[in-house]
Design a protein around this ligand. Structure first.
Ligand code: WT7
Length: 572
């Protein structure tokens, strides 16, 4: 029996107070996600239940019970408090998928501070803009990433503490650096959790837009209400499940459903910190008897590519439910998974801003391969006309997805960017920025994004950020960045550049520029191809027209070019 029972019954008279009741929360009570994900689970008699099964390179394994998670998050909280870190201060978690990241996240929340997880593959520039916007007080990191922090330290007077969790004490510590070992520090059994309220800030995730710097999406502790219920009803996690969310907590899936959702339900989860590979992934499922698996279309397409034979070499009979998020899940991937695993991947749709799933497929509901499913109970979704922002009530007619902004996990603001935040609302609707249709049965079918942001393997990359970074390379005069089609990642980053005098187009220079971006921003943002042009297509007012370059990459009609500079169309 699934947790949701009947979707149709659940949407009738739905009220979020249902989740409040299950979490024993009453209006005005203190509300702390750190407590809900560890102390409360222990109080429910699950102190000795495994919370985390972690595997790193070379098959190294670590295991933590809910009591271990409770005590260690206390210990981290106590240490941070001792440094003078206060509630609402931002504490960045800049680590690989190691246990300290997962447990440290709860430790930060327990002192009422704001957890700011950042993807550990970020380069110094990506790191700097995000720490600068958040005016981050402390960063928890690993030895191998500290070099990137040192590089930008002079520009970050607000950053007071650099905490290294795996320092062997051999190398000298530099300015503001200190060592903390989660497993070796004196355990703090009892800790006074900061009395955060439902609306106290909890998590700050950065997401990329078309223009400007990345936006800091502020969430509050009350988001747990949505995350708890969607985990229960969509991922269908039940007490004896072994769960694996493949997302990195540097991104929202890895916190909402890789920490908060499963642990607030007292579920055992597994983490594999070794990157992607069909063989190691199947082995991991087999070894840990994983029953529920939440992943992403790019991973599924990569598994498809690896073939069916490697599937049959493993016993994957423990799997009972699969779900996916982050980018369009093509029908072929769903059909393939039914063939090889005997189970379809259930698509889910949501965003960093929404904090929890908005549109999903539910256990027991008919899956239409290629569709994102239906809105979660309590979520009001509409398709809006792109010009008038009025509702389109015609089935199968594309428009913009809008949501009534009234669910618990909705972002509360973009950090220090009120103007951009206000622009996300039209006629009282939160504008997702995505286009879709809704069919006769209420199923959503994704059409595309309504901006130039590149979704590569489920990760959003801002063309603006890459273009700006390209301009910092000595050879580059002008740049334009667009998505290019790709079999596995759906989209990859492609850059068009013009060169400064004295530089010549060559393959060697292309590699140099690629590497420059990889180091400065991240491997995700690195262009997979750089094309040299003599000039870039611009409007008469001098704005580079990405649209034309994009159309060329996708073999689409170019459309209206009447605002172009006279000679521009010839270049493409
Ligand atoms: C954007 C949000 C929240 C999970 C991780 C991504 C795209 C997300 C789907 C889906 C088609 C999807 C949208 C959305 N997206 N899920 N099931 N089908 N597209 O969070 O980085 O904020 O990205 O990812 O374009 O707006 P994010």
């Amino acid at each position: 029996m699934s947790n949701i029972g009947s979707y149709d019954e659940r949407i009738k008279n739905f009220d979020w107070s249902l989740a409040e009741k299950e979490l024993d929360y009453k209006d005005g009570d203190t509300f702390n996600i750190g407590w809900y994900c560890s102390d409360r689970i222990c109080e429910q008699g699950k102190a000795n239940k495994l919370a985390l099964i972690w595997e790193g390179l070379g098959g190294v394994e670590k295991r933590y019970t809910f009591n271990d998670v409770r005590v260690r998050s206390n210990t981290i909280g106590h240490f941070l408090k001792g440094l003078g870190i206060k509630n609402e201060d931002r504490v960045c978690l800049f680590m690989d998928k190691i246990p300290e990241l997962y447990i440290g996240f709860l430790g930060v929340l327990k002192i009422g501070a704001v957890a700011q997880p950042l993807f550990s593959a970020f380069g110094d520039e990506s790191l700097h803009v995000r720490l600068d916007n958040a005016q981050t007080t402390a960063i928890i990191t690993q030895r191998k990433h500290v070099g990137k922090v040192r590089k930008i330290l002079d520009q970050m007077p607000y950053l007071k503490h650099i905490i290294i969790v795996d320092h062997d004490g051999k190398k000298e510590l530099k300015e503001r650096e200190m060592v903390f070992s989660m497993d070796e520090a004196a355990p703090v059994e009892k800790f006074e959790i900061f009395p955060t309220k439902a609306e106290s800030p909890s998590v700050l995730h950065y997401t990329s837009g078309t223009t400007g710097q990345p936006k800091g999406v502020k969430h509050v502790h009350y988001s747990l209400i949505s995350q708890y219920l969607t985990t229960k009803w969509v991922l269908d996690l039940q007490d004896n499940d072994i769960y694996w969310c493949t997302a990195d907590p540097g991104w929202v899936t890895g916190t909402s459903y890789g920490i908060i959702g499963p642990w607030s339900l007292g579920i055992t989860q597994c983490v594999l910190d070794t990157g992607f590979g069909a063989e190691p992934w199947y082995k991991f499922i087999e070894k840990n008897k994983i029953s529920m698996w939440y992943s992403a279309p790019t991973a599924i397409r990569s598994l498809m590519k690896a073939g069916d034979e490697v599937v049959t070499q493993h016993d994957l009979s423990s799997l009972r439910h699969l779900a996916s998020v982050g980018e369009p899940l093509n029908a072929e991937a769903v059909i393939w998974s039914e063939k090889v695993f005997g189970l379809p991947f259930y698509d889910t749709y949501w965003q960093t801003e929404t904090g929890s799933m908005m549109i999903s497929n539910y256990p027991g509901m008919k899956v239409k391969p290629g569709s994102m499913g239906k809105t979660f109970p309590g979520i009001t979704g509409v398709i809006l006309d792109p010009d008038t922002f009025e509702e389109i009530n015609e089935p199968n007619k594309p428009g913009l997805i809008g949501f009534k902004p009234d669910w618990p996990a909705m972002m509360r603001m973009y950090w220090r960017n009120e103007e951009t935040y206000q622009k996300k609302f039209k006629n009282g609707w939160y504008m997702s920025g995505d286009r879709s249709t809704i069919d006769m049965d209420g199923y959503y079918w994704f059409v595309g994004r309504d901006d130039d942001v590149i979704n590569t393997g489920g990760h959003l990359v801002s063309p603006f950020e890459v273009e700006s970074a390209l301009l910092e390379h000595e050879a580059v005069a002008e740049s334009a960045v667009v998505a290019k089609p790709d079999d596995v990642n759906m989209e990859v980053v492609k850059a068009f550049v013009t060169l400064n005098k004295g530089y010549e187009a060559s393959d060697e220079l292309e590699l140099k520029i690629m590497n420059f971006i990889r180091k400065k921003l991240s491997p995700l943002a690195m262009p997979q191809e750089i094309e040299y042009l003599d000039t870039l297509p611009k409007t008469r007012s001098g704005k580079i027209m990405r649209r034309l370059l994009h159309a060329k990459e996708w073999g689409e009609e170019i459309g209206d070019t009447s605002t172009l500079e006279d000679d521009a169309p010839r270049m493409i």
